[in-house]
Ligand binder design. Structure first.
Ligand SMILES: Nc1ncnc2c1ncn2[C@@H]1O[C@H](COP(=O)(O)OP(=O)(O)OP(=O)(O)O)[C@@H](O)[C@H]1O
Length: 160
């Protein structure tokens, strides 16, 4: 059963964009599994993605994959314009185009491990491929991670 904080986030997951932040072991993955199952029961097309393949094995039974694979951005070698063009017109990217066009809810776990560059690339890609100028082209997004890690990495970068 979900605890009180998890219940609040679980309810907000009905249609809201959310950031779920908490340190390791605070029950984020436990909550995300509940959300995925519940939203799928409500006939939503839900994709759950992680920054690494190892992390996505945690959600194997839910069909999780890496954000890079879901969005077709490979190792990030393509400029935004190139990847938009490839996804829109190249047959090899048909499944990626399908992912982007049909997903109702995109859950990104361990978002603190995703670089700003990658995150922005995926956000723009979704807007262009869905021809919808809303954030992520109108896909509902739930971001989960330990956001204090972002601050720590920022401080480390500033110090260097
Ligand atoms: N509401 C709950 N009821 C029972 N067990 C729970 C609940 N929430 C979390 N847990 C358990 O607590 C442990 C830690 O939870 P979880 O793995 O979801 O945390 P996390 O925030 O995702 O951690 P990490 O960031 O390290 O992945 C797990 O064993 C999980 O099953």
């Amino acid at each position: 059963m979900l605890d009180e904080d998890q219940k609040i986030a679980f309810e907000l997951a009905n249609g809201h964009n959310l950031i779920i932040s908490g340190q390791a072991g605070t029950g984020k993955s436990f909550l995300l599994k509940y959300i995925v199952k519940d939203q799928r029961e409500k006939q939503k097309n839900v994709a759950i993605v992680c920054s690494t393949g190892i992390a996505s094995t945690l959600y194997e039974e839910l069909g999780a994959k890496t954000l890079h694979k879901w969005a077709g951005i490979e190792d990030g070698r393509h400029l935004n314009e190139e990847i938009i063009h490839l996804v829109q017109s190249d047959e090899r990217f048909m499944s990626v185009k399908h992912n982007i066009q049909t997903t109702d809810l995109l859950i990104i776990d361990e978002v603190s491990m995703v670089s700003a560059k990658t995150f922005n690339k995926v956000e723009v890609l979704c807007r262009k491929v869905r021809d919808n100028n809303k954030y992520f082209g109108g896909i509902q997004v739930i971001l989960s991670g330990d956001l204090t890690l972002i601050l720590i990495s920022l401080i480390v970068k500033l110090k260097n």
